[in-house]
Design a protein around this ligand. Structure first.
Ligand code: CP3
Length: 362
């Protein structure tokens, strides 16, 4: 039609953050890079904020602080993804499950959920009412990074969240949630169902307020045998993915579970766009097992950042070579560890951002 401007999709994508282009399988000159737990913990600038605001909940529920902390790694290292500073437990307060995160102790759930009537009390999550600071922070982050990086949201997967609320905090043997799973499975299923529904709502809310991709953390799913993963984790992640894809078909979803070598193919069955590998899986093998339909993220050992600069460089090169040139987000195999030298993180990003795929097709 005369006068109508036809915008080619490939032209639009040029202005998109590298991370989104890579996930969609478009030609990119290098893999995008960001680091799990890049906001918080190891940066001196973060520790300074902790001195002034000792409460984790305050730091993660105040828009100015959330934005400032989320932008700390962005300002210094310019990663290709800027993750919201928050916690997987943040939505629990809005579900009538009070919690705290205490220094040296980690997450504490004051009234753990143990019975069917406890599960009945759990409220459906309405993000705009309970966590308006999350939406506001994401919107500001989108403005601040100006499309130069992707703004990343995240949620906990139902099983991992359930492990905290049933155990009452972090756990070594997961005996309470396993007791529930293996003696009152219906109670656990009812809880997982509520969490799955609420996390679907939460992902959509994050996307509507500025998140351009969302990572689902099922950090403790690998405490389950594969058959139990198929019953207590996989169906609920799949439900979340199906629900989000109905309303937000183009929102990339990333799934991470630590120690997931035994479950890789099952992680893919959830329908996510990106599977995040931990460092105990060889990247080339992970690629072979997952196929090229799905993107991969990872998987340098966070411990490599305690090594020499040469070692860090070598590990980045090995990982990128093994991942191949399509659909790879360079990252660690789990979060950065407290005590990681900031200059080694700077080196990691410098090497990563100067990579160029051979024989660039673009
Ligand atoms: O990645 C980022 O930079 C964003 C921030 C982020 C936090 N928690 C902030 C935080 C993210 C993505 C999380 C997710 C999270 N929280 C997970 C899944 C990720 C993973 O590593 O597997 C889990 C299992 C939790 C639960 C949790 N929160 C634990 C076990 C702890 C205490 C242990 C620890 O590592 O310190 C937290 C506290 C927490 N969440 C901190 C931060 C920066 C540390 C406490 C603090 O800084 O005061």
């Amino acid at each position: 039609i005369a006068g109508e401007v036809v915008v080619e999709p490939s032209i639009i994508s040029v202005t998109e953050p590298l991370l989104l282009n890579a996930v969609r399988g478009e030609k990119v000159e290098r893999p995008p890079v960001w680091l799990m737990r890049q906001a918080g913990r190891y940066m001196k600038s973060y520790q300074k904020i902790c001195e002034r605001y000792p409460s984790f909940r305050e730091r993660s529920e105040n828009v100015d602080l959330v934005v400032e902390i989320s932008l700390q790694p962005w300002k210094v290292f310019k990663p290709d993804g800027v993750i919201l500073f928050s916690d997987i437990l943040t939505p629990l307060s809005g579900m009538k499950i009070p919690f705290d995160i205490l220094k040296g102790k980690g997450p504490v759930i004051h009234d753990p959920i143990r019975t069917a009537s406890d599960v009945d009390q759990v409220r459906e999550f309405v993000p705009e009412e309970s966590v308006p600071y999350v939406g506001k922070s994401l919107t500001i982050l989108r403005e601040e990074v100006k499309g130069e990086a992707a703004v990343l949201g995240f949620v906990g997967a139902p099983f991992t969240l359930a492990s905290y609320v049933v155990e009452g905090g972090s756990s070594k043997h997961f005996s309470k949630i396993k007791s529930m799973a293996f003696s009152q499975p219906n109670v656990l299923h009812a809880l997982l169902q509520k969490l799955a529904y609420s996390m679907s709502t939460y992902i959509k809310y994050q996307a509507d307020n500025g998140a351009q991709a969302v990572q689902i953390f099922d950090s403790w799913a690998t405490e389950l045998s594969p058959v139990d993963f198929e019953e207590f984790s996989l169906p609920y992640i799949k439900q979340i993915v199906d629900s989000v894809k109905k309303t937000h078909p183009h929102l990339p979803l990333i799934l991470y579970a630590s120690g997931s070598g035994g479950l890789l193919e099952r992680l893919r069955l959830t329908g996510v766009d990106v599977v995040s590998l931990d460092w105990t899986v060889d990247m080339a093998e992970g690629r072979r097992r997952l196929g090229l339909d799905v993107a991969v993220q990872g998987n340098v050992d966070p411990g490599a950042l305690f090594g020499s600069k040469e070692f860090i460089t070598k590990r980045i090169h090995d990982t990128v070579r093994k991942a191949g040139r399509d659909k790879h987000i360079l990252n660690l195999g789990h979060g950065i560890v407290v005590g990681t030298p900031e200059e080694n993180v700077a080196h990691f990003f410098e090497v990563a951002k100067n990579l160029r795929y051979d024989g660039n097709r673009s």
